[in-house]
Structure formats: structure tokens, C-alpha cells
Design a binder for this molecule. Structure first.
Ligand code: SF4
Ligand code: MSK
Length: 672
């Protein structure tokens, strides 16, 4: 097994993961953690200086002034590599959105099994926004029209993707001036591939302009469609109690772990697991029932809506199998490691692929079809239950945390203002007063090139102490969940005094779980609503906010970063840039890296930077927030100014004798 000495505490900050890494070592099994430690990345490829776009290459550029065989310069090669990654990330998110739109169409036409429209209010609100008639019409008629409108956005050839109209007006105008409003979602992805074929677009800035357009087709197109339709069909998330980490697996139940991204499958498995027929089937197999748990963004989808526990984030997928307690891992699309099948051969776990787009050699394939969704979901669960008898020794780490997920932008709006006065006013006011210094969106993946969850939770906690309200999505959200930062009072002793007052007054945790990686669009919507509320400028780039992805690894993350930059955000990624070059060895090999920061900031008011040090990430984030506060004319942040009100103070006062309590509240009583 291991060629090197690994200390589990160096590989993951999570105690459950550490236990499972020890178990893997005992069993002589490799994981992504150990493979990453043994497999060094290629320094030319990781600097973006290798091109393999045609059969004359691959061309690896390592000297000043060197070009590829076709004459391509380092910056052209880097820009092409980057846009291809952004196109792939946008395609993944957007294809997910397309599937959701087709499911909505099928539900509207009674062609599915088991689905209903759960959030009619959101359906009507969105339809009205796009000018679809709603009065006197059945929700299915409205849903049919909305589905048609959304499906049309993918193949549209001219004009503007209609969802971009949900951005602030000033931002839309800027996009038009820069010529980057996406025309159709598929069109921009295809054009990105066309432009990067040998002998096409060879001006790095021009290539990167189209990278912006492609990413916007994702963030204000495909991803937004995915979130919208998921809410309409499965309900818009609202706070709900949940649990996270491997300790959610149960020794006396059939454990089914759902992993991937699309909620169409996982929601139906949730429904099927509660069906009396399935419960009886599990009991007949000697189990108490079926215990569902999620991994990655599927976890976030069913956790936010149904409170189904999360077994963990991206790097937990192999660790769940190592418990020996998982009867089936059911996967659909994205972030599913091929290694699962090889690892599962050492246990009884069945890896079940379900998407027509994804097969893994050695896995069991049970194809999901929304037209008979409940039937397929039951078939999958019965396969898992039949496997219960094959279970051997189990080793479930007794580690889990409670959390409150489910902070959709609709709920944040409601919680700040109540049913009749839903509004972002209290949040804007708290920022304007300086009680909240600013907002940080901390998102993204795990990456075994850094210690699992550590960067993510370190940066999160640093910013919380500085009175920055944190919103999170994706695997990063699950890192905070596992650390207990998403549970109301439990996390509050770890935050600054002003932010604590706000959390106590509203009754929210200091870190708000906003969903899966397609749900980064919810963060854009929050920023848009903050702009529309007034007082924080008239565009997203003016809001004292920053985006961070400390442990990113996927191409989707690069697409997210780019659409956030195009929307005006400052985005900080952890680790080295995939187009960083080697400026110490090859002059000007960092031109593209600098353009993503200085060039994009000039054009869009947002920028993308790669920062390896955790303290430096927080420092730059805070510096940016303070710069935006100053530009708005807001008072400079003062950590001593707030923190003398709120529940914590009331509780402390209640513990005092009456006289002292009065004195603390109103000063010393007068003698008169
Ligand atoms: Fe080399 Fe140019 Fe072909 Fe890239 S496109 S592999 S740089 S010859
Ligand atoms: S699953 S893209 S590892 S967040 Fe969305 Fe997690 Fe990143 Fe996949």
C-alpha cells in the first residue's frame, strides 16, 4: 500500500475521515487522499503551459519566447485551456438544468410518475416575471409554458438568454456594452469549443471575453434554471433540522448513499424509502428499515429540502464505502470517482449508476427514467435491501453534527422581514451600520491536494470573527456543517460581536447553508436583491462582499468563479492557478493570470485571484470588503462598536440579582 508515511490528521481535518483513513491503511486500500500524496502533478500542465489541442503536439512550453508548433504563445494556450474548462463546467451545470426543465415539462403534461408541483407560488412568480399569463390558469398550464421557455434557452441562436434579465439593470447594461450577454446556452458552449480548435481564436483577451459569455450562460442561464425548477418541483428550501458526517450511517438499517447532483432521482428515492412496501421489504431482510444519506451536492439537495442526513462531502465518497455499512451507493452525474467501483470490490457495497450519460465499468446500471421514477426508485432500493445479507464487519465512526440548512434567498428575504414585509432591509441596514462588516460566499469542493475541510473551515471561522456573514453552498457547506458552524447558538460563540447580535435577533446560524453547487445562483439573487433594496450601491460590484472557494477542484468551480466575476464579484480561489505560468522561470508566463485579476476588474468590476495561504485569503477578502464600504461612504468597520445587545446579553443579565441587573441596564439608581 502506502509508499509514503501519511498521518491521517495531515490529510483531513475531519475526525471521522481520519478514522476511516486509518481503516483504509489497515486494510491496505488506497483512497484519493493517498493517491494524491503519491501522484505529483505535472508542473508544466498545472501552470497551463501544455497544449494538446492537435496532433502536432502536445506542446509543452518551458522557455522564454517559446511557442507551440503552430506558433501559439503561452498566454494563448493558457486562455484556451481555461475557456475549455469553463465550457465543460458550464455544460455540466447547464445540462443538469436542461434535464430539470424537461422534467418540469413532463410533470406539466402528466407524463411522470411520483412528481408533483410543490411550490406553485414560485412557479407563478417566475412565470409572471417572464410575461407568461398566470391568472385563471392551472399550475400545470403555467408550468408547461415556463418549461417551454426554459428549454428554448438552450438552443436559442439569437437575442439574449431571458434569465439574464434577473440581474441588476446596470449590470445587464454593462454586459450589453461589453458584448457578453449570452445568446443561447448551448451556443456559447459550442462556440467556446470552436474558438479553441487549432487555428481559430488566438488573442487571449478575445478568448477570455467569450469565457465570460460562456460562464454567464451557466450562472444566469443553465444553473439558474436548475435551481428554479428544483424549487418548483421539490419545494423551495426553508430551515430544517439535519445531520452531517459518517455517523449518520446506521448499523441496524439498510444504508443507501445517494451521490451526484440531480434531485430528480434522489427526491424519488427519498419518497420510495418511506413507502410501506419498501419498509416491509427491508424488515423482511432483517433490517429496521432503509436509512438514506447523501454525498456531495445530492446531499445538499435532499438535506436542504427534506432534512435527509449528509454522509459527507466530495472526499467522503470513498470513506463511506470503507465503513462496510453501505448496501448501495447510487450515483447520477458529476463528481463521482471511478475509484468507487474498485474500492467497493473489497466490501459488499453495490455501486449503482443511474444516468443515461454516466456508466462506470464494473458498476450495476439501473437506468433512471422520470416517466416511471417511483418504480425505478423502488427497484434500486430493493437491490440495496437484497444486499443487506451480504454485509460483513462494519466500522461506522460515531461522529456527526447537527445543522440547520435550507436558507434559500426566498427564505432569507422572509426571515428578515416576516410574511407581510419580506425584505432585505434589515440585512442592508446591518451592513450599512457596520454591525455586519460584509458578506462572504464560501463555496466549492474538497481537493486532496490540501487537507480536507481545513482551508475551508479556517477561512470561514476567520471571517466570522471579523463580523462577516457567511453563506455557503456545495461541499464547502458540508465542511462547515460537519464542524458545527451551521447550528444556531452552537456556532455563535465563534463569531464577532456585531454579527452575533444580528444572528441572535433574527435567530439564524452565522453560516447560512444555501444549497448545492448549482445554487450559487441563489447567492447572485441575494446580491441582486440587496442592490435593489438600496443603500449598498446600484450594482453587485458595489456591495461589500467577497466569494471564496478555498478547496476548489472541478471545472464547474471555474465556471462559477467566472460568472461571479462577470457579475461584479471579487473571487478568491485557494491553491495554485491552473493558468499561473512559471513567472520565476519563464518571463511573462503569468499574463493570463494577471488579466483575470486586473483585466477583468477593469471590465466587470470583479476579479479572480488564486491565493495559497489561508490568512492571506481572509486578509484580501476583508480588505476588499472594507474598500467597498469606504467607496459607499459607510462608516469604517469598528469591532468594538456593537455587541452589547442581543440574547447573550439578556441571558447574562438574567443571571444577576435584580438590583445589579437594573444598574447594568439603566446605570446606578438615583438617590431621589
Ligand atoms: Fe501545439 Fe499548436 Fe497543436 Fe497546441 S494547437 S498542440 S500549440 S501545434
Ligand atoms: S459536488 S463540484 S465537489 S462542490 Fe457539487 Fe462538491 Fe465541487 Fe462536486
Amino acid at each position: 500500500m502506502a509508499k509514503k508515511d501519511y498521518r491521517p490528521e495531515d490529510l483531513s481535518a475531519d475526525p471521522a475521515a481520519q478514522q476511516m483513513l486509518i481503516r483504509a491503511e489497515e486494510l491496505g486500500l488506497s483512497t484519493a487522499f493517498t493517491r494524491a500524496a503519491e501522484l505529483s502533478p505535472c508542473n508544466i500542465g498545472s501552470a497551463g503551459m501544455c497544449c494538446k489541442l492537435c496532433g502536432m503536439g502536445p506542446c509543452r512550453l518551458t522557455k522564454d519566447g517559446q511557442t507551440g508548433i503552430c506558433g501559439a504563445t503561452i498566454d494563448t494556450i493558457q486562455a484556451r485551456n481555461l475557456i475549455r474548462a469553463i465550457a465543460a463546467g458550464s455544460a455540466a451545470h447547464s445540462d443538469h438544468g436542461r434535464d430539470m426543465a424537461f422534467t418540469l415539462k413532463a410533470v406539466a403534461n402528466d407524463q411522470t410518475e411520483g412528481y408533483i408541483i410543490r411550490d406553485v407560488a414560485k412557479l407563478r412568480r417566475l412565470a409572471q416575471f417572464y410575461g407568461i399569463p398566470i391568472e385563471g390558469r392551472h399550475p400545470k398550464e403555467i408550468a408547461n409554458d415556463l418549461a417551454d421557455l426554459y428549454i428554448a434557452q438552450f438552443g436559442q441562436q439569437r437575442g439574449e438568454v431571458v434569465l439574464t434579465k434577473r440581474a441588476p439593470a446596470k449590470r445587464q447594461k454593462l454586459w450589453r456594452e461589453r458584448g457578453v450577454v449570452p445568446r443561447g446556452i448551448d451556443r456559447e458552449v459550442v462556440e467556446a469549443l470552436h474558438r479553441t480548435h487549432i487555428g481559430d481564436d488566438q488573442d487571449p483577451e478575445h478568448i477570455l471575453q467569450h469565457a465570460i459569455r460562456t460562464a454567464l450562460a451557466d450562472g444566469w442561464g443553465g444553473s439558474l434554471i436548475a435551481s428554479d425548477v428544483s424549487d418548483i418541483l421539490f419545494g423551495t428550501p426553508a430551515p430544517i433540522l439535519g445531520q452531517a458526517n459518517l455517523g449518520v450511517l446506521k448499523e441496524d438499517m439498510v444504508n443507501v448513499v445517494v451521490h451526484g447532483h440531480e434531485p430528480t432521482l434522489s427526491e424519488m428515492i427519498v419518497a420510495a424509502s418511506q413507502d410501506p412496501e419498501i419498509i416491509a421489504y427491508a424488515q423482511a431482510a432483517g433490517a429496521k428499515g432503509v436509512n438514506l444519506a447523501g454525498i456531495c451536492c445530492t446531499a445538499n439537495e435532499i438535506l436542504s429540502r427534506q432534512g435527509i442526513p449528509a454522509a459527507g462531502n466530495f472526499l467522503h465518497q470513498e470513506l463511506a464505502i470503507l465503513t462496510g455499512a453501505v448496501e448501495a451507493m447510487v450515483v447520477d452525474v458529476q463528481c463521482v470517482m471511478q475509484a468507487l467501483v474498485m474500492l467497493a470490490e473489497n466490501f459488499h457495497t453495490k455501486i449503482i449508476t443511474t444516468s443515461p450519460k454516466v456508466r462506470i465499468k464494473g458498476a450495476t446500471h439501473i437506468e433512471f427514467d422520470e416517466h416511471r421514477a417511483l418504480t425505478v426508485a423502488k427497484q434500486i432500493l430493493k437491490t440495496a435491501i437484497d444486499n443487506f445479507q451480504n454485509r460483513g464487519k462494519v466500522h461506522i465512526p460515531q461522529v456527526k453534527e447537527t445543522l440547520v440548512p435550507g436558507f434559500s434567498h426566498e427564505y432569507i428575504n422572509y426571515m428578515l422581514g416576516g410574511s407581510y414585509r419580506g425584505s432585505f432591509r434589515p440585512l442592508n441596514d446591518a451592513i450599512m451600520a457596520g454591525r455586519i462588516r460584509g458578506v462572504a460566499a464560501i463555496v466549492g469542493c474538497n481537493n486532496p491536494r490540501s487537507k480536507q475541510d481545513w482551508l475551508h473551515t479556517y477561512v470561514t471561522q476567520s471571517l466570522l470573527l471579523q463580523d462577516v456573514l457567511v453563506v455557503e453552498t456545495g461541499c464547502g457547506a458540508l465542511a462547515s456543517a460537519k464542524l458545527g458552524l451551521m447550528l444556531g447558538e452552537a456556532g455563535l460563540e465563534k463569531v464577532g460581536p456585531g454579527l452575533r447580535e444580528v444572528c441572535e435577533a433574527i435567530g439564524i446560524p452565522p453560516v447560512l447553508h444555501m444549497g448545492s453547487c448549482v445554487d450559487n445562483t441563489r447567492i447572485l439573487t441575494v446580491l441582486t436583491q440587496m442592490v435593489e433594496e438600496g443603500g449598498l450601491g446600484d450594482d453587485i460590484n458595489m456591495v461589500p462582499a467577497v466569494g471564496l472557494a478555498p478547496e476548489w477542484m472541478s471545472e464547474k468551480a471555474l465556471a462559477i468563479a467566472t460568472y461571479c466575476v462577470a457579475s461584479g464579484a471579487y473571487v478568491i480561489f485557494g491553491g495554485a492557478s491552473p493558468v499561473g505560468g512559471m513567472p520565476d522561470r519563464v518571463e511573462d508566463s503569468d499574463l493570463v493570470l494577471r488579466y483575470l485579476s486586473e483585466g477583468w476588474e477593469r471590465l466587470y468590476g470583479g476579479k479572480l485571484e488564486f491565493v495559497e495561504d489561508a490568512d492571506e485569503m481572509s486578509r484580501r477578502g476583508l480588505e476588499h470588503i472594507d474598500k467597498k464600504r469606504a467607496a459607499l461612504g459607510l462608516p469604517a468597520y469598528d469591532p468594538k462598536r456593537f455587541g452589547r445587545s442581543g440574547d447573550a446579553r439578556i441571558l447574562a443579565l438574567e443571571a444577576l440579582p435584580l438590583r445589579e441587573r437594573r444598574a447594568a441596564l439603566y446605570g446606578q439608581p438615583s438617590k431621589n
